[in-house]
Design a binder for this molecule. Structure first.
Ligand SMILES: C[S@@+](CC[C@H](N)C(=O)[O-])C[C@H]1O[C@@H](n2cnc3c(N)ncnc32)[C@H](O)[C@@H]1O
Length: 210
């Protein structure tokens, strides 16, 4: 358990506000969801690496008639989710296991701040699973923290490495991210590449099949 988890579990009712304030230093998840709502109108959403459900909440807010499935390998996916639970489901599983169940494909598949937590040999697998789970006309959204040389990157790295306790965290720079997507998602093209406040390191790639 990272320092962050150990402390957060003791915060009780202050845990969610504290978690939101901490995350908000790095990314505005409401802005990210609003950006996705400007380019897609999904009925079925999948989030791979949903964590405790913070982004799931934002997705269900901007897509009020969509259903959402969040999957993660963490102990309790969706633990802090407080959105509309009649439209949300959380499961502890790998994307490969979900794919093996042959679900109806999803109109929007989101992978947010996950790639830098996945070991290098598995990143291609996660992207290929995501592609296979995306409907033919669906949108695949990959949001990452782009490696930089400034103070904000140093703070983000330190937070992910020591607060979350992931000793294998490895961020990619711009060309590495572009290469990963080109190699991992050859049948997709980038339809939107943009930055999400409050840090320029937040880069969103939205991809579709041509
Ligand atoms: C920084 S959290 C992001 C959570 C969520 N996407 C959000 O933005 O609120 C990264 C998550 O990726 C998950 N993760 C890492 N490797 C994964 C994998 N191979 N499959 C699914 N989830 C994974 C971690 O367990 C962690 O919950």
């Amino acid at each position: 358990m990272g320092i962050g988890s150990a402390i957060r579990h003791r915060l009780g009712r202050w845990e969610i506000p504290a978690a939101n304030a901490y995350r908000g230093r790095f990314i505005n998840l409401a802005d990210l969801a609003t950006t996705l709502a400007s380019i897609s109108s999904p009925k079925r959403i999948l989030e791979i690496g949903c964590g405790e459900g913070a982004f799931g909440e934002e997705l269900l807010r901007v897509f009020p008639s969509a259903d959402y499935l969040g999957i993660d390998i963490c102990p309790e996916p969706g633990r802090l989710f407080r959105g509309d639970d009649s439209r949300a489901e959380f499961r502890k599983m790998l994307s490969t296991d979900l794919l093996a169940e042959k679900p109806e494909p999803f109109d929007l598949v989101a992978i947010v701040d996950v790639v830098h937590h996945v070991s290098e040999d598995l990143r291609g697998v996660v992207l290929r699973d995501a592609a296979a789970l995306t409907a033919p006309t669906g949108l695949l959204a990959v949001k990452e923290w782009e490696k930089g040389t400034g103070l904000s990157h140093l703070v983000a790295y330190t937070a992910d490495r020591y607060v979350t306790g992931d000793k294998d965290v490895r961020f990619l720079d711009g060309p590495e991210l572009s290469n990963l997507l080109a190699e991992g998602l050859p049948e997709f093209e980038i339809v939107c590449e943009t930055r999400i406040p409050p840090r320029r390191n937040n880069v969103l790639f939205a991809l579709r099949r041509p």
